[in-house]
Each structure stands twice: as structure tokens, then as C-alpha cells.
Design a protein around this ligand. Structure first.
Ligand code: SF4
Ligand code: SF4
Length: 73
């Protein structure tokens, strides 16, 4: 299991649920309108790169970095 506490969301999250919908492993649950990462992640980065507001960060590594694509649903 990956240390999923590495994923954080900022106050830019608009609770759209796209991160949960695009995860190929259905690893993200929406809880009280916010994503929660579970224990089945491949680190494909679809959630991070698909977030329309860039609200998801991975540790300190993703901060200030551009996302590589915007995944369509
Ligand atoms: S895709 Fe981004 S804005 Fe939408 S619920 Fe997930 S973290 Fe929040
Ligand atoms: S990195 Fe990929 S597999 Fe892991 S939670 Fe995000 S979308 Fe799902």
C-alpha cells in the first residue's frame, strides 16, 4: 500500500468529484464533498492532473508545478 497521506487538497477544491470519477482504480471516495484516497493507488497522477482547479498536491513535489494534461471525462 502506498502512503496515501501524501495526497492533500487545498481550499481550491470545488467538490466537483472529477478526481474520483477519473481514477482508473476507483481509489478515491468523496466524503462530505471532499476526496479521500484509499489503499489502491498506482500513482498514475490522473487525479492530480485532471483536477480542474489544481487543488490536489502530492507531498511538496507538485507545488507550483504545471499539470501535464487536463483529462477529459
Ligand atoms: S477534482 Fe479537484 S476540485 Fe474536483 S473534487 Fe477532486 S480535488 Fe476537488
Ligand atoms: S494517482 Fe491514479 S490511481 Fe492513484 S488515486 Fe490518483 S487517479 Fe487513482
Amino acid at each position: 500500500m502506498f502512503p496515501l497521506l501524501f495526497y492533500t487538497i487545498t481550499d481550491k477544491c470545488i467538490s466537483c468529484g472529477k478526481c474520483a470519477r477519473v481514477c482508473p482504480l476507483e481509489n478515491i471516495s468523496m466524503l462530505d464533498g471532499k476526496p479521500r484516497w484509499n489503499g489502491n493507488c498506482t500513482h498514475c497522477m490522473a487525479c492530480i492532473c485532471g483536477c480542474p482547479t489544481e487543488a490536489i498536491e502530492y507531498k511538496f513535489i507538485s507545488k507550483g508545478k504545471r499539470r501535464y494534461y487536463m483529462m477529459e471525462e
